[in-house]
Design a protein around this ligand. Structure first.
Ligand code: NAD
Length: 247
């Protein structure tokens, strides 16, 4: 028994990739799912879609209010929405600076991947407390554990999410709210498929299981962490990466 039947679940970034697979998996478990995305529509007739920018406090607060009015509370929040704006900190050639990571790209990624997680969790927490508990699940990444070339901004957010996860596990445990992060490896979504073939092959080469991850691999981890089977699991970072961090 997963204990998930009828639960109210918010999935951010649900229009594509891991978020879409996650919203679908929770729906299969009999949950009532609010699909949040900054894009206009979700590519499926299923579920209850809300246009939400997770980086905007007002947008998030309004959307939570709507979910609570519709379904009476929130049990599970999956903070999945995320963006990339890759660049090296500095490019330097022949005694001159030829490129920098822009402040704009640093702020944009922090706004969605870090502040967005903060805003959504802050908006949902009072309703979880009022309802006697809940589960918050945050999207980190293997790069949040090990760093990555060209991803100062993204890595800062994915490491930061781990810090927030551990902090909230401490602060919210007394309300029976569990907070965990998932650190996906290389998952075949639009975010990753845009990368050059050579890089993709290198990723598979560094993965002991020998393939790219699938969105469903991460969705399954979220569902397990949200379920009764994980009722004593909080403050953890679960790597779901085909072993890439040991490779
Ligand atoms: P994706 O680009 O396929 O989908 C991300 C979704 O988030 C999109 O639908 C997008 O519209 C939405 N989104 C972007 N900004 C938003 C905002 N401000 N408000 C609401 N929605 C917004 O990405 P993905 O590969 O499915 O990644 C999902 C999460 O998993 C991200 O947090 C990502 O950093 C993380 N992750 C992915 C990988 C991977 O290999 N794909 C690895 C590690 C971590």
């Amino acid at each position: 028994e997963t204990g998930l039947q009828g639960k109210v679940v918010i999935v951010t970034g649900a229009a594509a990739g891991i978020g879409r697979a996650t919203a679908e998996r929770f729906t299969q478990e009999g949950c009532r799912v609010a699909w949040w995305d900054v894009t206009e529509t979700v590519p499926t007739g299923e579920g209850f879609f809300q246009k939400v920018n997770v980086a905007d406090a007002g947008s998030v607060e309004d959307a939570v209010k709507t979910v609570v009015e519709k379904w009476g509370g929130v049990h599970v929040l999956v903070n999945n929405a995320g963006i990339l704006r890759d660049a090296q900190l500095i490019k330097y050639k022949d005694g001159a600076v030829t490129g920098l990571m822009s402040e704009e790209n640093f702020d944009a990624v922090v706004g969605v991947n870090l502040k967005g997680v903060f805003l959504c969790t802050r908006a949902v927490a009072p309703h979880m407390i009022a309802g006697g508990g809940g589960v918050v699940l945050n999207a980190s990444s293997v790069v949040g554990l090990y760093g990555n070339f060209g991803q100062t901004n993204y890595v800062a957010t994915k490491s930061g999410v781990i810090g927030m996860t551990k902090t909230w596990a401490r602060e919210l445990g007394k309300y029976q709210i569990r907070v965990n992060a998932v650190a996906p490896g290389f998952i075949a979504t639009e975010m990753v498929k845009q990368m050059p073939e050579k890089i993709l092959q290198g990723m598979v080469g560094r993965t002991p299981i020998g393939r790219m991850g699938r969105p469903e691999d991460i969705a399954n981890a979220y569902v397990w962490l949200a379920s009764e089977a994980a009722s004593f699991v909080t403050g953890t970072v679960l790597s779901v990466d085909g072993g890439v961090v040991v490779g």
